[in-house]
Design a protein. Structure first.
Length: 147
């Protein structure tokens, strides 16, 4: 693994964990715009999010972060029952990835997902789209905010 910052190491580990658990056919992207064509199994887009203000410990100097990343998920299908099932499969896969290793291989102290608020989006000339943003809190510490 390259010599990444603590934040990038955690985000890359999260991306790897998600890619191992998403349903076959679902697309996983990072920091991308929503594609024009969404596969029937859906798309998940990991966004780096905001590390927020750290809690600072002085002896030894440590910065404790509760970094809030986000995962946008979307499913497009004319059949509402299929759309709901595919959407639920994406949510379950993300939950399974987090539950399987709450430390992402030791890159975080703890990882916790937040419940999404799904919305149905009518798009002119397209099938029904169901989407949500899931918050993922990555708790980690570092000796320097830039390392």
């Amino acid at each position: 693994m390259p010599n990444w910052t603590t934040a990038e190491s955690a985000l890359s580990a999260l991306f790897a964990a998600l890619s191992a658990t998403l349903p076959p056919g679902a697309k996983l992207l990072r920091n991308a715009i929503l594609p024009e064509r969404i596969p029937p199994e859906g798309v998940a887009i990991l966004r780096d999010g905001d590390p927020g203000e750290p809690e600072i410990l002085l002896s030894p100097l440590r910065f404790l972060y509760e970094h809030r990343a986000e995962i946008d998920i979307a499913v497009e299908a004319a059949n509402a029952a299929y759309r709901d099932a595919a959407f639920d499969a994406l949510k379950r896969a993300i939950g399974a990835a987090l539950a399987a290793d709450r430390t992402l291989g030791g890159r975080c102290d703890y990882v916790l997902g937040e419940a999404p608020a799904p919305v149905g989006l009518p798009i002119e000339g397209a099938e029904g789209l169901k989407a949500a943003t899931l918050g993922i809190v990555l708790t980690y510490e570092t000796a320097d905010p830039l390392l």
